[in-house]
Design a binder for this molecule. Structure first.
Ligand SMILES: NC(=O)c1ccc[n+]([C@@H]2O[C@H](COP(=O)([O-])OP(=O)(O)OC[C@H]3O[C@@H](n4cnc5c(N)ncnc54)[C@H](OP(=O)(O)O)[C@@H]3O)[C@@H](O)[C@H]2O)c1
Length: 169
């Protein structure tokens, strides 16, 4: 149920897409790999295991042998990942986020890399802390110019957020 609901319901996958699964040789991941193949998706699985023949994916890698997870993912997903079925959390999730495509979906089924950590080691998604949020305002000066600004919205003249500057304080 975890595999089925996560893949088909949470990620609403119903066509060929680029799918990545962590903990890919265990109960859940192994099923997700097969579901992905059954609808013509390209699937890549990761595990700390060397016997690649055991993977039911198009491609696979051993995350324990990869010095740089984001780079490893990039070699398998040149155009990015549509669906990440996350069984592990932690550093792998960070690396995956760097490789996701637009309109992607992530099913957070489990975070096994985090279960035994104490509070001081708790994982937070690094990228959120490191991202610089850019917020652009297109400022038009004076209330008397508000109609122009409003009309501009419907003609696409504004650059991102249109603001009318009424007073400087
Ligand atoms: N089974 C279920 O019914 C079910 C239901 C809901 C959610 N879940 C969640 O789904 C995930 C997978 O469950 P599962 O039952 O398929 O597998 P599992 O038996 O819980 O997975 C065990 C495997 O996880 C990997 N692992 C352990 N510690 C790790 C770490 N620190 N970093 C990276 N990998 C680690 C190891 O595989 P490698 O040797 O390959 O690294 C280990 O053999 C888990 O997070 C679980 O909590 C499971």
């Amino acid at each position: 149920m975890a595999a089925y609901v996560g893949f088909f319901e949470i990620c609403y996958s119903n066509k060929g897409e680029h799918v990545f699964v962590s903990v890919a040789l265990e109960a859940v991941g192994e099923l997700v790999g097969q579901f992905a193949k059954s609808i013509g998706s390209y699937g890549v699985g990761s595990a700390g295991f060397k016997e690649k023949s055991k993977f039911r994916f198009d491609e696979s890698f051993n995350y324990k042998e990869e010095p740089e997870l984001a780079a490893a993912l990039k070699t398998h997903f040149l155009e990015g990942i549509d669906i990440y079925f996350d069984n592990v959390g932690g550093a792998m999730l960070d690396a995956v986020i760097l490789n996701m495509r637009d309109h992607n979906r992530i099913a957070v089924c489990g975070m096994i890399s985090q279960y035994n950590k104490d509070k001081s080691e708790e994982f937070t998604i690094k990228l959120i802390k490191e991202w610089t949020i850019v917020y652009v305002e297109d400022i038009i000066d004076g209330l008397e110019n508000a109609p122009l600004a409003l009309i501009g919205l419907f003609k696409g003249k504004n650059v991102i957020k249109q603001v009318v500057l009424v007073a400087r304080e």
